[in-house]
Ligand binder design. Structure first.
Ligand SMILES: [Zn+2]
Length: 318
């Protein structure tokens, strides 16, 4: 247990321990749960999924915890490390509060624990008198981060339903990305290959969370060669870049990987453009995991759009 972290966390009276992560105890209270549910119900998104959220809190699938800035930033680093190990997913939703201390993300951090199958929601208590719940922008930030993590949860507990429900979106997104980076020609058989490819990413990489099966990835990528305007040498070089970038992002903290990303900018750019093209907007989170985690595409989609499909997915979690 890191003493600094313990010091940073002043335990208000009446709280009880609700979770321990990396040996750090986290505290919540019935009042926090009630206030969180109340705050969620007052947001535009929360109205539609209110009863699901309430049930998930009751069943400890969503665990609201008090935190402070130090604890939140500690977990943000820890989690992004664990993400590469595949156990947790980091939230990167911007929080627009009136007076950010240093960074808007200091207010809230939500993450989905793949193994425990629950969402921890760290809510900053740095503002006295629970002002965090009095600001509608902060409430919106909380609900947006929560829905992002709930989409990850949905995809992991109902993988087949996830793939079927978001087939069109995944087809469009990955067709765009692959077409751009491999200079593919339009072809009636392309769609099927694209579908096979993201299913491979989802079922063999994202859902399994061990090492990336590189030789299978190469075999899968090679199947796009017949649609490509690139010559064989160029095509192979792009395939190798796709795999190197996947490995780089998969095995490193994003912060450590950033300085090494320059040669792959031509690929990463397309992960952003594909959002604009497919969903009309680019989410405010960074886009990299989309390269090998298809659920991230749909979580990004849920960041920018909250339509019938997203609602249907979210309300079928529990
Ligand atoms: Zn995510």
């Amino acid at each position: 247990m890191d003493d600094n972290i313990l010091e940073l966390f002043a335990l208000p009276i009446g709280l009880h321990q609700v979770r321990v992560i990396n040996n750090i105890p986290l505290y919540g209270s019935q009042t926090l749960n009630d206030k969180f549910i109340q705050a969620a119900s007052e947001t535009r998104r929360g109205k539609y999924i209110f009863s699901t959220i309430k049930k998930m809190v009751d069943q400890k699938k969503i665990i609201p915890c008090f935190a402070d800035q130090g604890l939140i930033s500690h977990f943000r680093r820890r989690i992004s490390k664990d993400t590469s190990g595949g156990l947790m997913r980091i939230l990167r939703s911007l929080v627009f509060a009136t007076k950010p201390i240093q960074h808007p993300l200091d207010y809230v951090l939500a993450f989905y624990d793949f193994q425990d199958d629950n969402i921890t929601l760290l809510i900053s208590n740095h503002i006295s008198d629970n002002k965090v719940f009095e600001s509608s922008v902060a409430n919106t930030a909380i609900i947006n981060s929560l829905t992002h993590e709930m989409m990850h949860m949905f995809s992991h507990i109902q993988p087949n339903k996830f793939i079927n429900l978001f087939k069109d979106e995944l087809n469009s997104y990955y067709t765009y990305v692959l077409t751009k980076i491999f200079k593919l020609k339009d072809d009636k058989n392309l769609k099927k290959e694209v579908e096979q490819f993201y299913k491979f990413l989802f079922f063999k990489i994202e859902m399994i969370n061990t090492n990336v099966p590189m030789s299978e990835m190469l075999t899968r990528l090679k199947r796009f060669q017949k649609f490509s305007k690139l010559n064989e040498e160029e095509f192979t070089s792009v395939s190798v870049d796709y795999m190197k970038l996947t490995r780089l992002l998969y095995t490193n903290d994003l912060a450590d990987a950033i300085p090494l990303l320059t040669p792959y900018k031509y690929i990463i750019t397309q992960l952003y453009s594909a959002y604009k093209e497919t969903f009309g907007r680019v989410p405010s989170k960074g886009c990299t995991q989309e390269l090998y985690f298809p659920s991230e595409v749909i979580c990004g989609y849920s960041d920018v759009r909250f339509d019938g499909k997203i609602k249907r997915a979210l309300t079928s979690i529990i």
